[in-house]
Design a protein around this ligand. Sequence first.
Ligand SMILES: Nc1ncnc2c1ncn2[C@@H]1O[C@H](COP(=O)(O)OP(=O)(O)OP(=O)(O)O)[C@@H](O)[C@H]1O
Ligand SMILES: [Mg+2]
Length: 310
Amino acid sequence: MIYTVTLNPAVDVYFTINKPLQEIEVNRADSQVMKAAGKGINCSLLLDTLLIPSTAIALLGGFSGAFIKAQLQEKKLINVFEIMMKAENRINMKLLQKDTSFSVNASGSPIDETVIKALFGCTERFTADDIVLLSGSLIPGFSEADYIELCRSIKAKQAFLAVDTEMLSLSLLKKIQPDLIKPNLYELSLLLKRDSLSESLHDELREVMQYTRCVLLSLGAEGAVFCNHDTTLRITQQPIQAKNTVGCGDALLAGFIGEYAKTHSLSAALAMGAACACAHAEGNDTSLDLIKSYLPKITVTPAESLNCQL
Ligand SMILES: Nc1ncnc2c1ncn2[C@@H]1O[C@H](COP(=O)(O)OP(=O)(O)OP(=O)(O)O)[C@@H](O)[C@H]1O
Ligand SMILES: [Mg+2]
């Protein structure tokens, strides 16, 4: 089973406003959409599109938590594992205009010991056959020490642990030693505490590979690089007119993990991840047909043949 873990789920409220924004005056929205969000939840939604079942473990509370739960339960292949909390889930505001957008994300309300205990309790169910995607920011009240303990208890069950979070540092990575991380270039520089990265990224990847079995480094429009101890692969796609780049990394990770769980083929999984990311970047609702239409446009090549130039 693939499990996604979202510690700080949200309801994203999108307002589209066609007229220029006015200060002080009331701005009228031309349309409004509400979506269940959070990086792990995004992965479960993408897996559902790929017709792959997953269990979404999420901390949920209040009316916003009920909304997130209801949206996930509408999906046939998502099994919601709710960890109830007293506090409301956060609500994020996204303002879409013709050529620009504004985003205000809340940080979320603090959780207490009971919620943390329930979260640790659910790691008991993991086995060596499971894949756990631990994605996104921490909820207030859940410390870095709790995060380390959570990762260790997932690993103690020998489940495959994939981590996607901005908060990684080399010392944290050393403590949790996940099976896979999915940074983008900015997150890689934060992780290594470097202002600039080398062109080949060779040393940077080697440094990170001391503490993880695989790295899936996303490069936005430039594609991605996958690296494990045996091989380095470069994933490229034809350039597309991207409308929505937020969440592309989640689509890449979910598509990769979902296809790998099915086929155990690295190159097929990387191509599927990139096709999912491209379909997501196109900006409209991601469908399986759209994802499949991108597959022939993706190339996966050994990075050695590119002289490691990324
Ligand atoms: N402009 C683009 N054109 C084509 N593909 C894109 C574009 N932007 C992103 N992608 C695809 O999406 C993947 C992930 O993108 P990116 O590096 O932006 O992830 P990210 O920063 O982790 O995103 P997020 O954290 O918001 O999910 C890339 O590897 C690529 O396949
Ligand atoms: Mg990301």
